[in-house]
Design a protein around this ligand. Structure first.
Ligand code: CUA
Length: 319
């Protein structure tokens, strides 16, 4: 029986993900700091209004300069807000760098619903089942307008944009059902673009994932497209035309012809299909034609899913 990790709450809002306590601490610190500054300014204002009111017998000549005081009220707030900056930046980096073993889930937003797909092909609409205590990585894109994936109980919010991938990761720390909202005005039924996240015990989740009508997974479709589109002619091992091998590409560091290097992610794959001249791999000629217009968004997602599946032996992700 796995022990459940501790959970937190901010006033009435449960904190049901591993990132929630960190976000709450930062939020509370910001409220306290800004509240303190606001109260200090208001109190000083009122005190001065009374003390220097018309007719009061007080010293009104300019106060002699006090260097220490001026330096103090300039440097202290600067230091405080720099601390907040470093703190928030650290949390931000943590939020956007998913652990290697995170379970990938595809999210497609459209007017006005959330379509979700697990890696074995199990699909859901407006409902996402996830296991407790296991990192989950959402790879999100939109078919039309800009939407925003928002789960207050997990302290997560991320824009979902057409024409590119955005991603988020979380680890649920509490069993139950949590509300999913669209937080970006996306048309007349934006307010109805709701869903829920169902957090289950890992064993129940595995059972749930295996049940349901089996459909070919996105990765399988991706592999079929890899051959149909002719990608395999150059990229498969032993092909006549020499092109970079793609197995296990996602997450790998790629060195480019112009001396840059980058970590291959979903957007890199997308760009390499549509704009192959943009990031040419070191040691290869820029001979690949663009596939813009020949591949659909679905094809690109499928190719990405297949590429990801080829790297799973490396990262140790299992169904
Ligand atoms: Cu989708 Cu608002």
């Amino acid at each position: 029986m796995p022990t459940e990790p501790p959970t937190t709450a901010l006033l009435w809002l449960p904190g049901a993900s591993s990132i929630a306590p960190r976000t709450d601490r930062l939020f509370i610190a910001l409220v306290l700091l800004c509240g303190f500054v606001a109260v200090a300014v208001c109190v000083t204002m009122v005190v001065f209004c009374v003390r220097y009111r018309s007719g009061a017998k007080v010293e009104r000549s300019a106060i002699s300069r006090k260097l220490g005081l001026e330096l103090g009220w300039t440097l202290l707030p600067l230091a405080l807000f720099l601390v907040i900056f470093v703190w928030a930046a650290a949390d931000y980096v943590r939020l956007y760098r998913a652990p290697d073993n995170a379970l990938p889930i595809d999210v497609v937003a459209k007017q006005w619903m959330w379509k979700l797909e697990h890696r074995n092909g199990r699909r859901e609409i407006n409902e996402l089942h996830v296991p407790l205590g296991q990192p989950v990585r959402l790879v999100m894109t939109s078919q039309d307008a800009i939407h925003s994936f928002y789960v207050p109980a997990f302290r997560l919010k991320q824009d979902v944009v057409p024409g590119r991938y955005t991603s988020l990761w979380f680890e649920a720390t509490q069993l139950g059902t949590f509300q999913l909202f669209c937080a970006e005005y996306c048309g007349s039924e934006h307010a109805q673009m709701l869903g829920r996240i169902v957090v289950m015990r890992p064993a129940e989740f595995a059972q749930w994932l295996a049940s349901g009508t089996p459909e070919p997974s996105l990765a399988q479709y991706g592999f079929a497209r890899f051959r149909q589109l002719g990608c395999s002619g150059c990229h498969a091992a032993g092909s006549i035309l020499h092109a970079p091998a793609l197995e296990g590409l996602i997450g790998r560091t790629v060195h480019l012809q112009d001396g840059r290097s980058l970590v291959a992610d979903e957007n890199y794959v997308r760009d390499s299909i549509l704009l192959p001249k943009k990031d040419v791999v070191a040691g290869f000629d820029p001979v690949m034609p663009s596939f813009a217009g020949q591949v659909s968004e679905e094809d690109i997602r499928a190719l990405v899913a297949w590429l990801r599946s080829t790297g799973e032996a490396r990262t140790g992700v299992r169904p």
